[in-house]
Design a protein around this ligand. Structure first.
Ligand code: DHB
Length: 390
């Protein structure tokens, strides 16, 4: 008798616990943030994780009655690992959104999982034009290489640069940078005598730079991923390329704000085109840079951080707009067309392409208050990805 009572009581207790548990689960909104936290792309992971956490600290962790849970996973920037983690996050953790993606191959490896599970995939870093076409569930808050490369190809010939050798990392974004820079620069009357490609993993820039020195173009146009710029700059200067009259130009990845301050005076005067500078003069950005530094022992937010911060904004507002109801499709619909002021300036998510439309700024490295910054001196407004026009 006693035993039966205990049995029934404990069954009741377990059922009650189960009910509480499932209510708790229903009120949780999970974001699976897959980033390279270790390895060659670790600075990208560190920047985006810090930005996502800052966004949550500033905006609270409850939206439309749901408690936001951020699940951070390190994919070491190996696409097979990204894919496995994405699968686990969708199947086991039942995440509502997949986000992050430090490099293009990681974003592409995840696209089929986003499509099959109808889970929005917010790309916060990777920047090859074609990524948004890999799944109708992809939304991008970073940038595209053609946006920056075309802007530079319009600026250079108007500023005395007639011959350019290109040097890019040999994968998606590098090939985009090379193609879009070259086509537009040649259209504008410039010449590209040579296009060089270096491996993504463990590149040795020395032999390529020697070749550039021998060719002696007016400028060297460079794309390397975030975190690799300092190595290029060092070897460029060590070889005395600047003294030989060769200018360094590129997309803003090469004068990455995460590393710029350690590059030294040799970086002064380098002109790049990009969507974000730590030095962007707006009240919102000043607040963002200050808060980011305060929360991360003085670290500067770079363009990766801003992609992560704005990606969180897009997720929060989609959840708010869909009132915490509905699945991936409702969230996706509420991500499309969002328009807002970012620390980078105004931006929106094009409802048709799900890609970011934003200003591209021309910037020059200058010393301000004892520190090196990419100082914006011109703006090309509301740039759509030129890769989508064809
Ligand atoms: C990509 C990675 C980067 O670090 C960057 O600066 C631009 C593009 C990419 O893999 O898409």
């Amino acid at each position: 008798m006693q035993k039966r009572f205990f049995l029934r009581a404990s069954v009741l207790a377990i059922t009650a616990m189960g009910a509480t548990y499932s209510i708790a689960q229903e009120n949780v909104f999970k974001i699976g943030l897959i980033l390279p936290m270790t390895g060659q792309q670790a600075s990208t992971g560190r920047q985006i994780e810090a930005a996502a956490k800052l966004y949550m600290a500033q905006n609270g962790d409850t939206v439309a009655g749901k408690k936001i849970q951020l699940i951070v996973k390190d994919d070491t920037s190996i696409p097979d690992v990204t894919k496995r983690l994405a699968q686990e996050l969708v199947v086991n953790d039942k995440v509502n959104v997949l986000a992050g993606f430090g490099i293009t191959p990681s974003a592409l490896a995840t696209a089929p999982i986003a499509t099959q599970s109808k889970t929005p995939q917010v790309v916060m870093a990777a920047a090859t034009s074609s990524i948004t076409q890999a799944s109708p569930y992809i939304v991008r808050t970073s940038f595209t290489l053609p946006q920056a490369a075309v802007s530079m190809a319009d600026w250079a010939p108007k500023n005395g640069i007639k011959t350019v050798v290109t040097l890019v990392s040999d994968y998606g974004p590098g090939l985009d940078a090379e193609k879009y820079f070259k086509e537009r620069f040649q259209f504008n009357g410039g010449q590209v005598p040579e296009s060089l490609r270096v491996p993504l993993r463990g590149p040795d820039f020395a032999p390529f730079l020697q070749k550039v020195r021998d060719l002696k173009p007016d400028a060297l146009f460079v794309f390397v991923p975030s975190g690799a710029g300092a190595a290029v700059m060092k070897q460029f200067l060590e070889r005395g390329m600047d003294k030989a009259g060769i200018k360094l130009i590129g997309t803003g990845d090469v004068t990455d704000d995460d590393q710029l301050n350690d590059m030294g005076d040799g970086a002064l005067g380098v002109v790049t085109a990009h969507h974000y500078s730590t030095d962007h003069p707006s009240a919102l950005n000043t607040k963002f840079v200050e808060a980011f530094g305060k929360a991360n022992s003085g670290l500067r937010p770079n363009f990766m951080a801003v992609g992560g911060y704005d990606g969180m904004r897009v997720i929060y507002e989609a959840l708010r707009a869909s009132k915490g109801q509905g699945g991936g499709d409702a969230l996706l619909a509420a991500m499309k067309g969002q328009i807002f002021e970012s620390p980078r300036g105004p931006m929106f998510i094009d409802a048709q392409t799900r890609d970011v439309v934003q200003n591209i700024y021309m910037r020059k490295v200058e010393r301000k208050n004892g520190q090196l910054y990419n100082v914006e001196f011109a703006v090309i407004k509301d740039v759509k990805d030129p890769g989508k026009a064809k």
